[in-house]
Design a protein around this ligand. Structure first.
Ligand SMILES: Nc1ncnc2c1ncn2[C@@H]1O[C@H](COP(=O)(O)OP(=O)(O)OP(=O)(O)O)[C@@H](O)[C@H]1O
Ligand SMILES: [Mg+2]
Length: 291
């Protein structure tokens, strides 16, 4: 059975372009691979994926919260938004009930994996948008995803957010080691809203690179930055993907390059592994993306 490559866009810090990156990555992968089927899974109660696609309220809006809490089958809440792209919305504030209900349950970090696995084989890629918090749902995302990508704006607090996210993954790794399970492998950090005219932005980029060189990114790399580009906001207001609204924009060019780098990395590990092999690869894989 075909298995998807599952990539979480994860970061403790708010406003670093997690949602923008998750959607642009799905968009870029779809553009490069016309036969690929991609699922965007929104696990943030802010439900920003719903807004970006201009999805009107309907029963599927209960989304992943309903899957997690009410045992709804994921196929009942998926919504097709483009020929190659489906989304599962978050369910908004209902996500809070998940945290409350399962906070003290055993292995509650593995619920998302258990519920999504029987469904996700229809997809080549599952891209997950995460909340700006290292909560139970973030732990579930980290255990379900095979890889994660950490967006980071070029400011000090965002770099702290990267470090906190690494620490969070390390704790999960230690916690599940005895069960021979591991959280997602860090593909790397992607600097976002980068402005090369600002000295501070270049300094932060250097800092991130030094962190990677000192092996403080769990084997992850620093990807080429995504430049600040007002076209992103305008495309979002129009409820369009960047490839649709501004195919010649800086943001489209940068996100396309990112999608290509990530695709190159994951095909080295193989797109069609079994779950068991997948767990092994999490343990052994070292990203080899040129930076
Ligand atoms: N390259 C870019 N250039 C200009 N603006 C950008 C760029 N990337 C993202 N933005 C804008 O930055 C803001 C924050 O982006 P986004 O909502 O994706 O962040 P987030 O990390 O998902 O936030 P949250 O933590 O609240 O979920 C949005 O208004 C978005 O339009
Ligand atoms: Mg977001």
């Amino acid at each position: 059975m075909k298995k998807p490559t599952i990539i979480a866009v994860l970061c403790h810090k708010g406003g670093v372009a997690k949602t923008t990156t998750a959607v642009a990555l799905a968009d870029g992968l779809a553009a490069d691979h016309p036969a690929a089927k991609i699922l965007i899974l929104d696990c943030d109660e802010q439900a920003n994926v719903k807004t970006l696609f201009g999805i009107k309220s309907n029963s599927q809006e209960r989304g992943i919260a309903s899957v997690l809490i009410e045992n709804t089958h994921p196929s009942q809440v998926k919504i097709s938004v483009r020929p190659q792209i489906d989304v599962i919305l978050s369910g908004g504030r209902m996500m809070r009930d998940f945290e409350k209900t399962f906070a003290n349950a055993t292995d509650s970090e593995l619920i998302l994996t258990r519920l999504m696995k029987p469904f996700d084989a229809d997809y080549d890629y599952v891209i997950i948008d995460s909340p700006p918090a290292l909560s139970l749902i973030s732990a579930n995302i980290a255990m379900y995803a095979e890889y994660c990508l950490i967006p980071c704006t070029t400011d000090l607090l965002a770099v702290v957010g990267v470090k906190n996210t690494m620490f969070f993954l390390e704790n999960l790794r230690n916690h599940f080691q005895a069960k021979n399970l591991s959280p997602c492998k860090v593909l790397g950090v992607v600097p976002t809203m980068y402005d090369q005219r600002r000295n501070l932005d270049m300094t932060i980029l250097d800092d991130l690179q030094r962190m990677a060189d000192a092996d403080l990114m769990s084997g992850g790399v620093v990807y080429d930055p995504i430049r600040v580009d007002s076209k992103i906001k305008t495309a979002q207001i129009k409820r369009k993907l960047i490839t649709e609204a501004y195919p010649k924009s800086k943001a489209r060019e940068d996100y396309q390059k990112l999608a290509q780098s990530i695709h190159q990395t994951v095909i080295k590990v193989g797109l069609t592994k079994t779950s068991a092999q997948r767990q092994d690869s999490r343990a052994n894989f070292e990203p080899e993306v040129a930076v």
